[in-house]
Write a protein that binds this ligand. Structure first.
Ligand SMILES: Nc1ncnc2c1ncn2[C@@H]1O[C@H](COP(=O)(O)OP(=O)(O)OP(=O)(O)O)[C@@H](O)[C@H]1O
Length: 358
């Protein structure tokens, strides 16, 4: 069931158009990640949904309520939108206890004390914080503070939970755990969550659906697997994964099959973005690091290269190989001696795009 509808949302700030017509829907029991480079408009879009920014144009429906509609001049304030909000900083009040932090909004809304206590206790227990109800934020760990912030957002029983970089203040281990339990919580509660993040791993692991933003536009959307394995633009291909970028000229193109080459190297690949590509124009290929294999014999789409170094990364080795100016990284599971190697670039993993403009 669709819980959130965002249609053609446009927003100007300081004379600049920050959102250029964002449209998407989100279902109950699912997590949608807004992913994109810094300044792409993720937070602004989240703030428009929350009612903290007023889009000049657009339509937003939350549950069965229209939250804003520029044609009908509807604009509900945040407290009437049935949303829960969690900020990166958690924004807890330092002089209020956990219980008071979680219940403050209910108090403002005039919920009676018995009902309020019941709801606070219920959500604190649910997130494993029942025993900390009388502590102050400074007496909690970062992970516990984050749980309190989430309790505070959930105590209203919102239809939609809006999370703005909620994990970025946690260390790597806690972040991984939090990704997991937040996802489970949202699916268990059968609510809908919108997660703003610039961290691709977080979006891939936590979301059911990813919206990739670039300059105020949603340039691609899909499941994490679709976005990772089937990018439709250089921006999308380069934003996700660990990549090698090979810059050269397009040597030939036949349907989706292309050949790209530079100084002393040529590779077969597949066309990922057709516009602006024709033989002999400048082109670039994105090749995921994990797709390149290092061998010791020539073969199709293999280049003779020089292995400069094997770098130990704990769970794998990273090989630094080059042929003249053409340098790439590849992965493997053992240290290799430096010297002559053959690097294989599977053609289906050499994604060819037109060269960047300007
Ligand atoms: N109040 C404002 N006045 C003018 N420009 C603004 C204002 N707030 C944000 N912007 C601009 O809007 C653009 C989008 O900002 P936004 O914070 O939505 O991006 P973001 O994708 O969330 O970035 P980040 O990951 O860095 O938080 C940026 O170029 C930013 O400089």
């Amino acid at each position: 069931m669709t819980e959130l509808v965002v249609k053609n949302v446009q927003k100007w700030l300081g004379g600049l158009q920050i959102l250029k017509g964002a449209s998407f829907t989100a279902d109950r029991g699912s997590i949608v990640a807004l992913l994109g480079a810094s300044g792409s408009g993720k937070t602004t879009l989240l703030r428009c949904i929350a009612g903290l920014e007023q889009p000049e144009i657009g339509h937003i429906r939350i549950g069965d309520k229209v939250a804003m509609d520029s044609d009908k001049r509807i604009l509900l304030p945040p407290e009437q939108r049935n949303i829960g909000l969690v900020f990166q900083s958690y924004a807890l009040w330092p002089h209020r206890t956990v219980k008071e932090n979680v219940g403050y909004g209910l108090k403002l809304r005039g919920v009676n004390k018995a009902d309020m206590d019941r709801r606070i206790q219920h959500i604190l227990e649910r997130l494993g914080l029942g025993h900390l109800a009388d502590r102050y934020p400074s007496q909690l760990s970062g992970g516990q503070q984050q749980r309190v912030a989430i309790c505070r957002a959930l105590v209203y029983e919102p239809r939609v939970l809006l999370l703005d970089e909620p994990l970025s203040n946690l260390d790597a281990k806690l972040r991984e755990e939090a990704r997991y339990w937040i996802r489970k919580l949202i699916l268990d509660l059968e609510i809908c969550a919108i997660l703003v993040t610039h961290d691709q791993t977080e979006a891939l692991a936590a979301a059911d659906h990813i919206l990739l933003l670039q300059n105020g536009r949603i340039v691609q959307e899909g499941t994490p697997h679709e976005i990772y394995s089937n990018p439709t633009s250089f921006y999308a291909a380069d934003f996700l994964g660990a990549n090698n970028i090979a810059r050269g000229k397009l040597l030939s193109m036949d349907g989706d099959v292309a050949r790209i080459g530079g100084e002393g190297w040529e590779l077969d690949g597949v066309v990922r973005e057709r516009q602006g590509l024709s033989p002999s124009v400048d082109a670039q290929a994105v090749i995921r690091v994990e797709r390149i294999t290092i061998g010791d014999a020539p073969g199709p789409n293999r280049l003779e290269m020089q292995l400069d170094d094997s770098v130990y990364l704990g769970d794998r080795w990273e090989y630094r190989v080059r042929r003249g100016d053409f340098a790439v990284k590849a992965n493997g599971n053992r240290r290799l001696p430096g010297g002559k190697v053959y690097a294989e670039f599977p053609p289906e993993s050499v994604w060819v795009f037109p060269a960047a403009q300007g």
